[in-house]
Design a protein around this ligand. Structure first.
Ligand SMILES: Cc1cc2nc3c(=O)[nH]c(=O)nc-3n(C[C@H](O)[C@H](O)[C@H](O)COP(=O)(O)OP(=O)(O)OC[C@H]3O[C@@H](n4cnc5c(N)ncnc54)[C@H](O)[C@@H]3O)c2cc1C
Length: 357
């Protein structure tokens, strides 16, 4: 977003509260919309550094039944988060975006950005892309805009682990067992990315260091992967963010700040990238920024809402289905994964950037 606006001749400043642009994190799946966004930004090659193109993905249940598997006809990359962040940062810097670190935002007032030190900055456009605990969003709430923070009652852990001999090299695998869920994402070189989810009340499931015995009871074949999870990993509660509107005058919310979603379809970051590009295209030459922001929200929202809704449903099916209903869940998963209607709609969401402009 910052890069695109800078490329259109805007003067752009990013305020980042951390003391440096930290290139950290585990792995992330970049679906077709994320891939297209990064290509359009001219940052794709850097973003996939250390990642691999995923050829195939599958989901298995606790009875080792494959609920769905697919050779992919669209592009999907499994990449280190650090590469994505680095690529975005380098591109922004090359295009003249000023990145001010150690600069915490506390909110907005009448379209001006408020910084922690008390500074108040004028801007034609303010974008709050400050994550799921957004301070910019708090200013929306203070102005009477309704925001719902929905605790999905599931905790997630993601980490990079040393590659084991049985880890996937070009496919993404996910396993369901009871209310737990685990996935492995292949990376280039000597690492694999893992994600694990369980309900917050699953005390053994949420232990750190990971309770290998407990997780291996759910997934015997993944014991070695659990043994490799770093001891400083953390569990985070998963929340959904629902805002009545993402736009207030010349201020817009973007990404997790606006539409934080369950990380079940690998789309939180991708939809944020997609929405960022459409936002910058919409406002680049606009005479009336608030009107163009409203138009952007009107066009983008149905797609984002759809992805958020299904990510949430997937999350609930994984973390809330009671034991006796698990066989039914397996059947439902298979049916949903094969649903032409759902697949077409998702393909439509992912193809939006190709169609745009
Ligand atoms: C387990 C898990 C797996 C996931 N897997 C995927 C996946 O495979 N594919 C995918 O597309 N998405 C995935 N996601 C979702 C994705 O991580 C998020 O949707 C994405 O990171 C959101 O980006 P963002 O820029 O909106 O927020 P963030 O990534 O949270 O970035 C917010 C930035 O704002 C800064 N900031 C925060 N507060 C302030 C402040 N007050 N002042 C100044 N700066 C501030 C932060 O330091 C940070 O740099 C996953 C999420 C989880 C939890």
């Amino acid at each position: 977003m910052a890069s695109q606006l800078a490329a259109s001749g805007w003067t752009v400043r990013v305020h980042e509260r951390s003391t440096e642009v930290r290139e950290i994190g585990a792995g992330i799946a970049l679906g077709q919309n994320g891939v297209d966004a990064m290509r359009r930004l001219g940052a794709f090659e850097r973003a996939i550094d250390g990642g691999v193109k995923v050829a195939y993905w599958s989901i298995e249940d606790q009875w080792q039944r494959t609920l769905h598997s697919e050779w992919l006809s669209t592009e999907l990359y499994s990449i280190p988060r650090s590469s994505l962040q680095h690529a975005l940062h380098v591109r922004a810097r090359d295009l003249g975006v000023e990145v001010q670190t150690d600069s915490a935002v506390v909110g907005t007032r009448e379209g001006r950005l408020l910084l922690e030190g008390g500074e108040e900055l004028e801007a034609d456009l303010v974008v709050g892309a400050d994550g799921v605990n957004s301070r910019v969003r708090n200013s929306f709430v203070a102005r009477g805009i309704r925001v719902k923070r929905l605790d999905l009652k599931v905790a997630g852990l993601r980490a990079l682990i040393p590659r084991g001999p049985e880890d996937p090299t070009d496919h993404m695998l996910e396993w369901l067992a009871g209310k737990r869920r685990v996935g492995l994402l292949p990376l280039d070189g000597d690492r694999t990315a893992i994600y694990m989810f369980c309900p917050p009340q699953d005390a053994r499931g949420r232990r750190i260091p990971v309770d290998v015995e407990s997780w291996a009871e759910s997934y015997p074949s993944l014991r070695s992967a659990f043994e490799r999870v770093p001891h400083d990993s953390t569990w985070r509660d998963v929340v959904e963010i629902h805002c009545d509107t993402w736009v207030d005058g010349n201020v817009a919310l973007l990404g997790d700040a606006a539409f934080g979603m369950a990380p079940n379809l690998g789309q939180g970051g991708c939809t944020a990238l997609q929405a960022a590009l459409s936002l910058s295209a919409k406002v680049a030459d606009a005479a009336d920024i608030p009107a163009s922001l409203r138009e952007w929200e009107g066009e983008e929202r149905p797609h984002v809402d759809y992805v958020q809704k299904w990510s949430g449903r997937y999350s609930r099916m994984c973390s809330k289905t009671p034991g006796p209903a698990l066989p039914v869940r397996s059947r439902v998963f298979g049916v949903l994964a094969r649903s032409e209607k759902l697949n077409e709609r998702f393909a439509g969401v992912e193809a939006r950037l190709i169609d745009a402009q």
